[in-house]
Ligand binder design. Sequence first.
Ligand code: DNO
Length: 396
Amino acid sequence: MKKTWRWFGKKDNITLPMLRQIGVEGIVTALHDIPNGEIWPYEDIVEMKEYIESFGLEWSVVESLPVSEEIKYAGAKRDELIEKYKVSLANLGRAGIHCICYNFMPVLDWARTDLNHPWDDGSTSLYFDRVKFVYFDRYILQREGCEKDYPQHELDAAAEMHRKAQAEGTLNELHAQLTDAIIVKTQGFVNGNIREDESAPVAHFRQLLSLYDGIGRDELRANMKYFLEAIMPVCDEWAMDMCVHPDDPPMPLLGLPRIVCCDADIEWFLNAVPNPHNGLTFCCGSLSAGSHNDVPALAKKYCHRTHFVHLRSTDVLPNGNFIEADHLHGRANLIDVVRIFEKERPDVPMRVDHGRTMLGDADKGYNAGYSFHGRMLGLAQMDGVIATVRNELGKE
Ligand code: DNO
């Protein structure tokens, strides 16, 4: 597997010379300053590519070329936006970049309730607490009819959380913390729907949710198929590998459908548009957060339609909460996943996804989940696994 790293561009405090020192071979990035839905100009792509190459690295993967909400819910401007997407794809292909990660999650990209969940060893990680999420939906978003989506014991626990915060006078703090984690800090830097400096993020978020009124699972699937069929001719012409990121976590949230959650979903979209350029980002972390997914079995089944791998693991707790595990443990079983990819797809780019916040990372203002030391530790662990597996296979 090729060792890549998600780098957020020239403003990232983690610089390309730092990455060279830790064995990174390729860069995963995007033109983060271009607003969602706008064309990526050829010149800007080449400028970024040459900048990366000037440090002896290559631009291996685009993450992400975002799919506008209007394409996902089939709004009036859908075809116009798809045309723009095709131009960006062709510009990337002409510049020599052929691997594109994107997702088809409505409104909310990845979701976490805690960005600094403490570990016993003094480091912290991301965390998803079901009751806090129910609380956000019921008491902050106040989504109509949301009660029907949750079991009674979770609604009761959220009500208790509300009562307690009220009694202790910490309601504002709790609301600010959950809003920040769920719809601001985790979202702004990946899709731009909600920006960090917004004054009324919850109101804006409600408005975004309402765009999906009447869009269920079948409609979203049809819209994904429409999008993929429309872009495949450009993918054929420029050899563009599209790889959809699984839904994180792999389950419907806030009444929104999510359609890349499990084996049957993956099978559906790969068969719906059976072109090898229509592929998958095999995100072990996202898939492992659903107890219905057996990650190594999925890797075995889908490695041939995978163009990019995220190496990350989680543990799902008995109450359904999940925590980021370290890269050698947890239910993703990354050791077996590496065995599968090293054997079947040895050249596929992988990046270590997320990392704990440790050893001074907390003061550096990194994007949530994207620490330096934590990810470097994960990369070193995965590097060791890759070298061992290659040795087992008689490659090194
Ligand atoms: C979070 C990421 C996602 C991912 C996008 C891809 O850490 O895994 O935000 O980059 O969903 O489109």
